[in-house]
Ligand binder design. Structure first.
Ligand code: GSH
Length: 209
């Protein structure tokens, strides 16, 4: 068995944040597929034995089981010595962006993508509302990234991997990111150019394999 086991599934951008960190840090890791669309994370057994919060990702490392991608990223940065903050101020700044990501940048986009891009729901007041919230959150990140290569430092950190969780998925969400958010698109390209980078479906399994 590998040193790290990541419970994940290919469609999960939250899982991708951890998978990308494991891969770019050169960790010995393996993916354990979570049958999310079959309802696995809602079953009492899964919640009892894997994650009481009913979410992927989950990281196993020896006797330790961790959930919440931000905590997983922070843990991996600590034990690998890679992609973390080098000063207390940088560490705080990393957490500031991870919290913004979890509350707004990822969560509104992931919900919009789930409804429109995966479930193919027709437009309705909820999708319109979510798209508005996505645009607001993306504007914040777009402004911050203008004139910078990465979010926190002159190098990539786990803050970048957190916000990058969903930017490589290509399902249609009714947002032309390239046109609306060129700084975010350029930043995504920089992340995709990092040595060892892989796209979500090349790192994590789906039902199809
Ligand atoms: N804040 C959590 C979010 C995790 C999350 O929402 N994961 C999704 C899959 S991408 C999930 O398992 N959702 C199940 C649900 O909301 O019921 C993290 O960053 O790990």
């Amino acid at each position: 068995m590998s040193e790290f086991v990541l419970h994940c599934f290919g469609e999960s951008g939250n899982s991708y944040k951890a998978a990308l960190m494991l891969e770019l840090s050169g960790c010995d890791w393996e993916a354990k597929w979570v049958p999310f669309f079959e309802g696995a994370t809602r079953s009492p057994e899964w919640r009892e034995s894997v994650n009481e919060m009913g979410e992927a990702p989950v990281l196993e490392h020896g006797d330790l089981t961790l959930t919440q991608s931000g905590v997983i990223l922070d843990y991996l940065a600590d034990i690998t010595g890679k992609f973390g903050g080098e000063t207390p101020a940088e560490k705080r700044e990393i957490w500031r962006w991870i919290l913004f990501d979890n509350h707004k940048f990822t969560s509104y986009f992931a919900t919009l993508r789930f409804l429109v891009g995966i479930k193919k729901f027709p437009e309705n007041p909820t999708t319109e509302f979510l798209r508005g919230r996505v645009v607001d959150a993306y504007k914040v990140v777009e402004k911050h990234l203008k004139g910078r290569d990465f979010l926190v430092a002159q190098r990539p950190t786990i803050a970048d991997f957190s916000l990058a969780g969903y930017v490589f998925y290509t399902e249609e969400t009714g947002l032309d990111r390239g046109a609306l958010f060129p700084a975010i698109s350029a930043w995504a390209d920089r992340i995709a150019s990092l040595p060892g980078w892989k796209a979500p479906y090349d790192l994590m399994p789906t039902k199809a394999g």
